[in-house]
Design a protein around this ligand. Structure first.
Ligand code: CP
Ligand code: NVA
Length: 310
């Protein structure tokens, strides 16, 4: 294994070099094929991954736990509320203590800065399993899925329709790094974070990606190879749900909107989906939809990440 990966944290896709995406995808494909053929690949024999969650999860928790087990290690789940973390113990002390027990930590929490702070004081790799700002593991699995289906990434156009949220942010970072074009359409007041858009534009200067931040969903979806959406109210925003339903209605991915994409478009969603809100069943269950392939690829891609950094 390439030693430059060992001990590295994965917090933002903006921290990865373009060729590192390729290295992750190559190992993901190898591990996926070994699993399908029943070939053992116990690259993390005896290692322990701690998994800290302060938000619910189906895919992230289960794919990391199954993934570390298949690699010969063990995963330990911690509900953040059960830890002393941020109650009677600060993040730095927690990071130092956990570094004495564990070989890596995957964390899902609210404040992105907490993950940065954890990594600063830990001597083991920290993997971001979603913050209010980013969801890098999901986007690595998504890009790997696009690569599997389309055989290339460079020059493809991805349209993200909906809230300028953590998914939009990691898609912006990720698409720019791999040379994909990305158009994000959101209602006024719900556009992606300006700093992230700036970082994306900077990356695009060297990779040649075209970046568009729009209001019009039809313009975003026009001739797109991939159409992506996500919930209108993310975890922690549940109280805004009914207000957002009205604002985001024109951003629903339905047959009227999707007809503007290329005929061989892929429909993607990180899931969980609120069917009937951001996407209708006719699109989510169509033959263009790859939502369950994306979910499966969380397992293969995260195994590659763990095998590289732990
Ligand atoms: N896509 C995703 O991260 O799903 P979970 O919230 O179920 O982990
Ligand atoms: N934007 C969603 C993604 C869930 C995987 C959320 O943060 O709730």
């Amino acid at each position: 294994m390439n030693s430059k990966w060992k001990g590295k944290s994965l917090i933002s896709l903006n921290d990865l070099a373009e060729e590192e995406f390729g290295q992750i995808f190559e190992l993901s494909a190898t591990l996926k094929s070994k699993l399908k053929k029943g070939i053992p690949h116990r690259m993390l024999e005896g290692k322990t991954l701690g998994m800290i969650f302060s938000k619910p999860s189906t895919r992230t928790r289960i794919s990391f736990e199954v993934g570390i087990y298949q690699l010969g290690g063990i995963g330990m789940f911690f509900n953040q509320n059960d830890l002393q973390l941020k109650k009677s113990e600060n993040i730095a002390d927690t990071a130092k203590v956990l570094s004495r027990f564990l070989d890596g930590i995957m964390i899902r929490t609210f404040d992105h800065q907490d993950v940065i702070d954890l990594a600063k004081s830990a001597s083991i790799p920290i993997i971001n399993g979603l913050t209010d700002l980013m969801h890098p593991c999901q986007v690595l699995a998504d890009l790997f899925t696009i690569l599997e289906k389309k055989k290339t990434l460079k020059g493809l156009k991805l349209a993200f329709v909906g809230d300028g949220n953590n998914m939009a942010h990691s898609l912006l970072h990720g698409c720019a790094k791999v040379g994909m074009d990305i158009s994000v359409a959101s209602p006024v007041g719900f556009h992606p974070n300006e700093q992230i858009v700036h970082e994306t534009m900077e990356t695009a200067k060297s990779t040649g990606s075209k970046i568009e931040i729009l209001v019009d969903p039809i313009k975003a979806v026009k001739d797109a190879d991939v159409v992506y959406t996500d919930v209108w109210a993310s975890m922690g925003q549940e109280s805004e749900s009914s207000k957002r339903k009205k604002i985001f209605k024109p951003y629903q991915v339905n047959e009227n909107l999707i007809k503007h994409a290329k005929s061989d478009y892929l429909f993607m969603h990180c899931l969980p989906a609120h069917r009937g809100d951001e996407v209708v069943n006719e699109v989510a269950d169509s033959s263009n939809s790859v939502i369950f392939d994306e979910a499966e690829n969380r397992l293969h891609v995260q195994k590659a990440i763990m095998a590289l950094v732990m």
